[in-house]
Design a protein around this ligand. Structure first.
Ligand code: PRP
Ligand code: MN
Ligand code: MG
Length: 185
């Protein structure tokens, strides 16, 4: 196996299964947002692969923008303190906004995003997330579109990283304990 694949303990979601589900989500959104010209807000960097496939499955007029945020404070993301690294390029007032995330874990990132974007007075605000790791939730967040509910395992691939690696895997896999111990590489 390649050095990359050697770090994967098992495959949780195969490429074909992800593709199928993303197609379904794209079709559902196309149906529900017909004539609403939705704005997809991708959250860098994890959502990039999911967003790019989702957009190709959407068959209605729509636009896309990006935000990058960073958790800080005591070096742990569970602080809930979030900083905007890159804001949206355009105002979202009166737009139908769909936040696109790769995964919701504690819910802290999404809670911040929802509060922040809601304050900009969009016409509507919904969430489309590929993976819901609900066992880890610390804050309740409503998810409008969910690709898959997953167990409380450390998953990588299809945008999800461990120390910035593994985002390029075309599937979602469980990282081996050895790879976790070794660190990023
Ligand atoms: C990951 C993931 C979500 C967030 C979910 O992003 O992409 O955005 O964490 O975790 P939470 O529900 O516990 O807040 P990360 O901060 O690792 O940045 P990245 O997208 O650049 O990998
Ligand atoms: Mn992220
Ligand atoms: Mg990350």
């Amino acid at each position: 196996a390649s050095p990359l694949l050697g770090d994967i303990e098992s495959v949780l979601l195969e490429e074909a299964r992800i593709r199928q589900r993303v197609q379904e989500l794209g079709h559902q959104i196309s149906h529900e947002y017909k004539d609403l010209d939705p704005l997809f807000v991708g959250i860098l960097k994890g959502a990039v692969l999911f967003l790019s496939d989702l957009l190709r499955a959407v068959s209605i007029p729509s636009t896309v923008d990006f935000m990058a945020i960073s958790s800080y404070g005591a070096g742990t993301k569970s602080s809930g303190v979030v900083r905007i690294l890159k804001d949206l390029d355009h105002p979202i007032a009166d737009r139908h906004v769909i936040i696109v995330e790769d995964i919701v874990d504690t819910g802290l990132t999404l809670r911040y995003l929802l509060d922040n974007l809601q304050s900009r007075k969009p016409a509507s605000l919904r969430v489309c997330v590929l993976l819901d790791k609900s066992e880890q939730r610390q804050l309740p967040v409503h998810l409008d579109y969910v690709g898959f509910s997953i167990p409380n395992r450390f998953v990588v691939g299809y945008g999800l990283d461990y120390a910035e690696h593994y985002r390029n895997l075309p599937f979602i896999g469980i990282l081996s304990p050895e790879a976790v111990q070794r660190g990023s590489r």
